[in-house]
Design a protein. Structure first.
Length: 276
């Protein structure tokens, strides 16, 4: 009997395996206008969207359109107050590539009720350098609006300044880098003092030869979101979740006498499986 008990216990332990936990906040695409349903390789992403080519939520066509002054993506005109300088436009293209292509924005995806998308990003923590360089390179450009998400005159099919609005320098509309990053897209981004390489902020662009730093950032904030919420605390960013298979069928196959022995020895009865 002792040998039989040992064999069955070994089988039960062997059925308890460690499986990688799939986190719904990691490696995902938004449910939005041009996003793929799930991320994957895209070998021909255009220019500033190319860092995401190994794992992207955008297609090659979307990446190409992101570089146009007025593309079919949203019919949005960067040059609504005169021609936007290339050094400034570079940041808006990177912003578009991050939004369309990144699979690492899951912790900040928020549900919306919109005719053209069901999800958006909210409070993505941008690295200090990204926000400040964006502001520095655009401070002399002019715009007529603080929030570019809404309030435009779309009478011609593209965005025009609202009636009565004036074109003013970015440095007046957005006095600080924080104002630019947080206000221009309705709090899609959050200004932080975290620096690139800290593992605590999202980079709008990165050198693909060095790998994607935003994957680790998303992993940290996904763990932080789980552990601070009402849900049961999940695994730490450095580990996978141990998932134990509960083979109830094995108990049904045991001879009655052996089942009694196991029940008395380890509490593995009708309520004891939860302790495995």
């Amino acid at each position: 009997m002792g040998t039989a008990v040992g064999q069955v216990l070994f089988a039960l332990l062997a059925a308890c395996v460690v499986l990688p936990a799939r986190d719904p906040l990691l490696n995902v695409c938004m449910d939005a206008k041009h996003h793929k349903t799930k991320p994957g390789p895209e070998g021909n992403l255009h220019d500033q969207c190319s860092p995401w080519k190994d794992n992207a939520c955008c297609t090659a066509n979307t990446s190409s359109e992101a570089h146009r002054d007025q593309s079919y993506l949203y019919n949005f005109n960067w040059n609504h107050c005169g021609r936007m300088p290339p050094k400034c436009k570079r940041h808006f293209i990177q912003d578009t590539c991050l939004y369309e292509c990144s699979p690492n924005l899951g912790p900040w995806i928020d549900q919306v009720d919109s005719s053209w998308r069901r999800e958006r990003i909210l409070h993505v923590p941008l690295c200090k350098e990204d926000c400040e360089e964006w502001w520095e390179d655009c401070k002399d450009y002019v715009t007529c609006k603080e929030n570019w998400h809404k309030g435009w005159n779309w009478a011609t099919g593209t965005n025009l300044c609202p009636w009565g609005s004036m074109c003013r320098p970015f440095s007046q509309v957005f006095p600080r880098p924080k104002d630019l990053c947080e206000k221009i897209w309705s709090n899609s981004y959050k200004y932080t003092t975290e620096r690139r390489g800290s593992g605590r902020c999202i980079q709008m662009w990165f050198d693909p030869a060095q790998g994607n730093p935003n994957a680790a950032v998303a992993k940290f904030y996904a763990w932080k979101k789980r552990s601070s919420g009402a849900q049961e605390k999940g695994p730490t960013p450095e580990s996978d979740e141990a998932t134990c298979a509960r083979p109830r069928l094995l108990l049904l196959l045991l001879p009655p006498a052996l089942g009694v022995v196991l029940g008395g020895a380890g509490g593995v009865g009708s309520h004891g499986w939860r302790s495995l």
